[in-house]
Design a protein around this ligand. Structure first.
Ligand SMILES: Cc1cc2nc3c(=O)[nH]c(=O)nc-3n(C[C@H](O)[C@H](O)[C@H](O)COP(=O)(O)O)c2cc1C
Ligand SMILES: Cc1ncc(COP(=O)(O)O)c(CN)c1O
Length: 206
């Protein structure tokens, strides 16, 4: 396995007072590279039974210092979040040798914000959102395609209706760890931990 060598050391003195500023810099660095999905993040949720599950979602910007993503509220993750708002997020940018780990809690975005985002998506993705009962078992692909055809016909001349079961979540972080690869696996790890409304920075052993 290759050693991580790309970055200069990550020092406490380089850190802004709040993690959002550094995360914005790191996201901008990732977006500037030719990567397929630089805003992809793994989202881990915990179900009512205590079982964790994880999947990738796309980061869609900040809302009041929280990280937003959009999904189906009746999906596996949506059902988990209704029972337990605690989540973890992970970004990994291979070409930057950087990882960001976040812990916090997810809240639904205001409906007006979700509606606004819904109508920024391409029409086919709007139709996809109203067609998919995300995470449910479907007997065949044909059944799903038939439902899409029916929706295409139905709304041929009309705006796709905003689905009440679809929208965004905002993840308010309580912990944000910035990780940069270093030689010999002695990586830099600096975490911001929220305490009484301010951020404490701590270095973790690699
Ligand atoms: C690169 C990538 C980006 C994705 N972005 C999203 C997203 O933003 N929202 C979403 O609901 N699913 C997204 N998915 C699909 C999810 O990973 C997942 O399959 C889906 O949300 C169902 O998850 P669940 O059954 O755990 O609720 C994405 C998948 C990939 C590979
Ligand atoms: C099912 C699903 N929902 C939502 C998204 C979010 O991205 P976008 O709004 O850009 O489609 C994705 C991205 N792949 C997705 O797969």
């Amino acid at each position: 396995m290759a050693q991580f060598t790309k970055n200069p050391p990550l020092n406490e003195s380089d850190l802004p007072p709040a993690p959002r500023t550094l995360l914005e810099h790191w996201l901008a660095d990732a977006v500037a590279l030719p990567m397929q999905e630089p805003t992809a993040m793994t989202l881990a949720t915990v179900g009512a039974d205590g079982a964790p599950s994880a999947r990738i979602v796309l980061f869609k910007g900040f809302h009041e210092d929280g990280l937003t993503f959009y999904t189906n509220y009746e999906s596996h993750k949506g059902i988990d979040l209704a029972a337990n708002a605690k989540v973890a997020l992970v970004f990994w940018w291979d070409k930057l040798e950087r990882q960001v780990r976040i812990e916090g809690h997810a809240q639904k975005l205001p409906e007006a914000v979700s509606r606004n985002y819904f109508y920024q998506r391409i029409r086919d993705s709007q139709l996809g959102a109203i067609t998919s009962q995300q995470s449910r078992v479907v007997a065949t692909r044909e059944e799903l395609d038939a439902r899409l055809d029916a929706n295409e016909q139905r709304y041929r001349e009309a705006e796709v209706p905003f689905p009440p079961f679809w929208g965004g979540y905002n993840v308010t972080p309580t912990l944000v760890e910035f990780w940069q690869g270093r030689h010999g696996r002695l990586h830099d790890r600096l975490q911001y931990r929220s305490k009484n409304g301010s951020w404490i920075v701590e270095r973790l052993e690699p």
